[in-house]
Design a protein around this ligand. Structure first.
Ligand SMILES: [Zn+2]
Length: 252
C-alpha cells in the first residue's frame, strides 16, 4: 500500500482487510474524527487491522504523533457504523475516517497530547488539500451517531482545528434584542420546533416533535460536545441558537 499523504511527515502503513468499495461511486466529501476508546494504542491498532473486528479507519494517530494509514482513501473503511448526516445513512461511503488514540470517556477523558494534535492537524490539512470537503462536513463520530457514540469528546480541541482551517467553530455572542431561549427536558412549543428544524437543516437526525424529548436531548448534547464544549447536559440556550444560526450560514 502506498500512502495517500503528500505532506512532510513520515507515514507508516499497516493495511487493514476491513474495507470495501465506496458505494454508488461516492466521492469523499466528509472527514470524520474518532477516538479509539481503548487503554492500549497498540491494542487499538491491531484490533482495527484484525479481520475479526470488522472495523477500521483510513488513519490512526498515536499519542506521540506517529501516523499510520490502514485503508487507502479511495476505499470504504468501516469506522462510522450505524450513522447519519444530512439525509445520508451511509457515512462510510462518503468519508475519510481518522482514529485518534485516546482512552476516551471510559478512560477518564484525558487530554490529547500536543504531538498528537499537531499530527492530526497536519494530516487533516493534507486530506483537505486533496478532497472537496466542505468545512461543515468535518465532523465527530458523535455528530453522526449521537447517543451511540461520544467520540472524539469534550476534550478534543475543535477550536484549534478551526483555527487551522479544519472545520468551522464560529465565535458567538447573542445579538442584542434577541428573545432569550432556554430549552430543557420536557419543554414544548414553537422555539423547540425551531431548534429541531435548524438541527435537522444543519445535518443532525432528530424528530421535529416540538418537545425536548429524550432523542432531542441526546442530539443537543452531541451538538454542544462539538460546538460548545463545557455545556454538558445544560439546556440549549440563546447562545446555542445563535451558534446554530451562524453554522447554517457558514455551512449553507
Ligand atoms: Zn468513533
Amino acid at each position: 500500500m502506498t500512502p495517500d499523504y503528500t505532506g512532510n511527515l513520515e507515514i507508516e502503513c499497516c493495511p487493514s482487510p476491513n474495507h470495501g468499495e465506496r458505494r454508488s461511486g461516492r466521492q469523499v466529501d466528509m472527514l470524520l474524527l474518532h477516538y479509539t476508546g481503548m487503554d492500549s494504542s497498540d491494542g487499538a491498532l491491531s484490533w482495527l487491522c484484525n479481520p475479526v473486528s470488522e472495523v477500521s479507519a483510513h488513519y490512526f494517530v498515536f499519542e506521540d504523533g506517529r501516523i499510520v494509514q490502514m485503508v487507502p482513501e479511495a476505499k470504504r473503511a468501516w469506522h462510522a457504523g450505524k450513522s447519519y448526516w444530512a439525509g445520508d445513512p451511509d457515512i462510510n461511503s462518503c468519508s475519510i475516517g481518522i482514529e485518534i488514540a485516546n482512552p476516551g470517556h471510559a478512560g477518564g477523558s484525558p487530554d490529547y497530547p500536543e504531538p498528537q494534535m499537531a499530527a492530526v492537524i497536519d494530516l487533516c490539512q493534507d486530506i483537505l488539500s486533496r478532497h472537496q470537503i466542505p468545512p461543515c462536513r468535518v465532523l465527530g463520530h458523535s455528530d453522526v451517531a449521537p447517543g451511540r457514540k461520544q467520540d472524539p469528546g469534550e476534550t478534543f480541541d475543535w477550536a484549534r482545528l478551526a483555527a487551522a482551517d479544519i472545520g468551522i467553530l464560529p465565535e458567538t455572542s447573542a445579538e442584542p434584542g434577541v428573545a432569550s431561549v432556554k430549552l430543557g427536558r420536557g419543554d414544548t412549543g414553537p422555539a423547540v420546533r425551531e431548534m429541531q428544524e435548524k438541527l435537522v437543516k444543519f445535518g443532525y437526525r432528530v424528530g421535529i416533535t416540538g418537545e425536548v424529548d429524550t432523542p432531542t436531548e441526546t442530539v443537543v448534547r452531541a451538538f454542544h460536545m462539538h460546538y460548545r464544549q463545557g455545556m454538558g447536559d445544560k439546556p440549549f440556550d440563546t447562545l446555542s441558537m445563535a451558534l446554530l444560526d451562524r453554522l447554517m450560514v457558514l455551512g449553507g
